[in-house]
Design a protein around this ligand. Structure first.
Ligand code: HEM
Length: 228
């Protein structure tokens, strides 16, 4: 891939983490739906047999939680809400119509992405806690039937909520041309960055400029390059 004029948006480790989450989420969501709707046998086939679904579904959920906590550590600082997000939210109708005002400085992620980020992190935490309470093989004996029923209720609500959010997330990723490519290759064009995340673009350019000013000419090539 020709990386001329491109900016690194998502480092390899985060991309690897994300692709693992996408695959595991598909398996976990479908197997979870097969537990709630046993009549839809096709969903359970993703993990083989109903017995395997019951065994593997909780473990896959735990792995997704760990991977998401890694993403939380890596990306939380880019997802802290600020006053520009309020302006972005106020113009949400224009954003949806594709006529986003250009004067709103948008950081690495916009307000919608930030909202989704924190919803994902909250819902996966609810799923983990309630999932442990429901986990018949290891933990559910420690809880009363009332507590288990409450856990099942919140587990179902959080699961449906997360599945719907992820459908929206995937739709947005397709809608904003260039973002999926950015998640696969790690790089986005400068034009994409300027159009969709103007403040992040200027911060990145400033960092590159400052690095170039500091480093002696010969060292410039050796310095870690964010743009190539
Ligand atoms: C087919 C499914 C999916 C697609 C196409 C997709 C696509 C993407 C893309 C393109 C980005 C980068 C956005 C950008 O650079 O502006 C992203 C970020 C992200 N995705 Fe996904 N994704 C999918 C599934 C998932 C799932 C299942 C989860 C978690 C349960 C997830 C969690 C995240 C998170 C946490 C970020 C970082 C966003 C932020 O920090 O605000 N994604 N995704």
């Amino acid at each position: 891939m020709n990386k001329n004029g491109m900016i690194l948006r998502t480092p390899l480790i985060v991309r690897f983490c994300h692709i693992c989450i996408v695959i595991l989420f598909l398996l976990t969501a479908l197997s979870g739906l097969s537990l709630f709707f046993p009549s839809i046998k096709a969903f359970g086939l993703v993990l083989g047999t109903p017995q395997l679904v019951r065994e593997l579904h909780p473990f896959l959920g735990c792995i997704i939680f760990i991977l998401l906590m890694f993403m939380l550590i890596k990306l939380a600082h880019h997802n802290i809400p600020n006053k520009d997000d309020v302006r972005w939210m106020k113009h949400i109708d224009k954003v949806i119509a594709g006529k986003e005002p250009e004067d709103i400085p948008i950081g690495k992620y916009n307000a919608g992405q930030k909202f989704l980020f924190w919803c994902i992190m909250s819902l996966i935490s609810v799923l983990l806690v309630t999932g442990f309470v429901m986990w018949r093989r290891y933990f559910s004996d420690y809880f009363s039937i009332e507590i288990i029923r409450i856990a099942i209720f919140f587990h179902s609500v959080a699961a449906i909520g997360l599945i719907l959010l992820i459908i929206g997330h995937a739709y947005m990723a397709i809608w904003v041309k260039g973002s999926i490519k950015g998640m696969i290759t790690g790089y986005v064009s400068r034009a994409w960055a300027r159009k969709n995340h103007s403040k992040w673009y200027h911060d990145e350019m400033k960092a590159v400029y400052e690095a170039e000013q500091k480093a002696p000419a010969d060292d410039n090539q050796n310095a870690e390059q964010k743009t190539v």
